[in-house]
Write a protein that binds this ligand. Structure first.
Ligand code: HEM
Ligand SMILES: [Cu+2]
Length: 617
């Protein structure tokens, strides 16, 4: 029914009751309540559809296209970071062999590698990539609520990436301050890029990244809160949406700390202010700085930096929950508890940041406080792990490629979490600080684990994005090499760390406490790292090949319940749902409902047979 007509009906119906105050009400059409008909669809706004190739594929305001743009850009720069890790491994495994890497370059490699992996790859991919694709589809919206701002978000992100990449070509090369960028060293001449362009370019790029992220992030939050379709209550949202939503709220609160820290350091470097710079002597000369606090930077950095771990982990938690439920054909165990655990972890992770500063010389009682809060996070985290295991328990487990990655994530995350318990305790952390043990820990928990989810997620949703399945044989090969390889790379690093091998060292030399076995192990790790790295090429090949030659997937190849699998077209068209928005009648986990015909009931399937036992309202 056209809008004017329906308004007419509305007026007539309202008038006798005396509620009509004369004008046509433009807010909140209660028409369907009166007429008892499902809601008329929001009138198609013609202007909003793309008109040309440019606005369809390049300057697109469609969240699905923006998602793919984010994912491709993040993967491209992520590949750069991967290559940088090879160079580091070449140096560490075979010191003295590769003369093109000098000590300064090694520092530049770790800095760029770390920063790209954490921010430009993982954060961008989970929020900009998965967030953009999945949020509107999963909540039953046509798009993000501010599509234009969403588009700008991507372009600013791309600019941030290009600025970052430009530092490889800047005079003096990229900064070598370490991904933590601690002042004063980050802006002094002893550090690569400190008195050249490197640090300036890095800070500028971070500032741009945060601006771009904020534009996207506001979209994700408002879309989840305001654009859910009828029946999609918060407690019916798939856990993927809960994870991405909570992570976005966290990022909106955490990134500003990095933002101000970056601006202040930029001022210190470029304008000669002393926010973070104490009075110091540099190369025998009293520097121009004085009175600033390097510790203040550490607080700001880690106020962002610790939540950042969970900005990456919470989307992973959410996605894994959905993958497990789908491929074990079972409802997620303890849905409400899972939601609250996500929210609790998100909140708690704002009061633990100084566990990264145990060796900064802070007041010991502070260490005690931060150790306590850190260990408390283990509780909601353990709840999640138990619930995943209970979801799997007696499930009809299909070892599809996405499922393999999801299971591998759980194992790896538990693994990394356990070493986190070590490092969370001050007395254990102090001797392990700045050793390879730390490198092993954080690669397990926020390097390998989230990457496994990214890969699992791509295998899961590629069919929706392209309409074709990824090749399964190649997928399984990719999985096993990546999963086993990751353990061969990062497990021995714990041992190296316990021996006392320091991190961020170009070369170990012949220190007495470092046995020959450490050198052998380093060479072994490097060989595996290169092999695993090359195995990713199989994955890239699969992505490209399947685009043309993959088996057509149909709309719902995994027989899943959530809304993105119920779109009228695959890949979904602009506006996602054709004429009618879906209406949601149930939660996202109606798998293997006793008495139901199929082993899954889509969220938008009305409870026609009320007699179906066990179906959740
Ligand atoms: C492809 C597998 C990877 C390999 C072989 C690898 C290797 C390395 C190496 C050798 C270092 C330097 C260690 C040192 O000398 O201190 C390093 C540092 C680091 N990596 Fe990775 N890495 C990989 C993946 C990742 C991923 C996925 C992340 C995402 C979180 C990541 C984040 C970091 C960070 C934050 C640092 C610290 C940089 C610093 O000390 O400033 N890495 N990695
Ligand atoms: Cu932390």
């Amino acid at each position: 029914m056209p809008l004017e007509e329906s308004m007419g009906v509305y007026d007539q119906l309202i008038a006798p009751g005396g509620h009509n105050r004369g004008g046509i009400s433009m807010v909140d059409i209660p028409y369907e309540e009166i007429a008892g008909v499902p809601p008329a669809e929001v009138p198609d706004v013609e202007l909003y559809h793309p008109r040309s190739w440019w606005t369809r594929y390049v300057f697109s305001q469609d969240a699905k296209v923006i998602a793919v743009q984010y994912a491709l850009t993040a993967s491209a720069i992520g590949l750069v970071a991967l290559v940088l890790s090879w160079l580091m491994r070449l140096q560490l495994g075979f010191p003295g062999t590769f003369s093109f890497i000098d000590p300064n370059q090694y520092l530049q490699l770790i800095t760029m590698h770390g920063m790209i992996m954490v921010i430009y790859l993982l954060t961008a991919l989970f929020l900009g990539g998965f967030g953009n694709y999945l949020i509107p589809l999963m909540v039953g919206a046509r798009d993000m609520v501010f599509p234009y701002v969403n588009m700008l978000s991507y372009w600013v992100y791309l600019l941030a990436v290009l600025v970052l990449a430009s530092s490889f070509f800047a005079p003096g090369g990229p900064t070598g301050a370490g991904w933590t960028l601690y002042p004063p060293q980050a802006v002094l001449s002893g550090t690569p890029g400190g008195q050249e362009w490197g640090i300036i370019v890095m800070l500028a790029s971070l500032i741009l990244f945060i601006i771009g992220f904020t534009m996207g992030g506001l979209n994700y939050v408002v879309t989840v809160l305001q654009a859910r379709t009828r029946g999609m209550t918060l407690m019916r949202l798939p856990l993927t949406v809960w994870g991405i939503f909570t992570a976005t709220v966290m990022a909106l609160l955490a990134f500003p700390a990095l933002f101000v820290a970056s601006v202040m350091m930029l001022f210190d470097r470029a304008l000669g202010t002393s926010f973070f710079m104490p009075t110091l002597v540099e190369m025998g000369q009293l520097s121009k700085y004085g009175g600033g606090s390097p510790l203040l930077f550490q607080h700001l950095f880690w106020f962002f930096g610790h939540p950042e771990v969970y900005i990456v982990a919470l989307p992973a938690f959410g996605i894994v929950s959905d993958l497990i439920s789908t491929h074990a054909r079972k409802n997620i165990f303890g849905y409400r508890m899972m939601v609250w655990a996500i929210v609790a972890i998100g909140a708690l992770s704002f009061v633990v940041w100084a566990h990264h500063m145990y060796v900064s010389g802070m007041y010991p009682y502070f260490g005690y406080f931060f150790a306590t809060t850190t260990l408390i996070i283990a509780i909601p985290t353990a709840i999640k792990v138990y619930n995943w295991v209970l979801t799997l328990w007696k499930g009809d487990i299909h070892l599809t490629v996405p499922m393999l990655f999801a299971l591998a994530f759980i194992i790896t995350f538990v693994n990394g979490g356990l070493t986190g318990l070590f490092l969370g305790n001050v007395v254990v952390d102090v001797p392990l600080s700045d050793t390879m043990f730390v490198v092993a820990h954080f690669h397990m928990v926020m390097g390998v684990a989230p990457i496994l989810v990214v890969l699992g997620g791509i295998y899961q949703w590629y069919p929706k994005v392209t309409g074709r399945m990824l090749n399964e044989v190649l997928g399984k090969f990719h999985f096993w090499v990546t999963f086993l390889g990751a353990y061969l790379i990062f497990f021995p690093m714990h041992y190296l760390g316990l021996l006392g091998v320091p991190r961020r060292y170009y070369e170990l030399g012949e220190a007495a406490f470092i046995p020959q076995s450490a050198h052998t192990l380093n060479a072994f790790i490097s060989v595996v790292a290169l092999t695993v790295g090359f195995a990713q090429m199989v994955f890239l090949f699969n992505l490209a090949w399947s685009l043309f030659k993959g088996k057509p997937s149909g709309g719902n190849p995994w027989r899943a319940t959530t809304l993105e699998w119920q779109t009228p077209e695959t890949p979904p068209g602009h506006g996602n749902w054709g004429k009618e928005l879906p209406v949601v009648y149930r939660w996202a986990y109606d798998y293997s409902v006793p008495g139901a015909k199929e082993d899954f009931i889509p969220q938008n399937q009305p409870p026609a047979a009320r007699s179906v036992h066990g179906a959740r309202p």
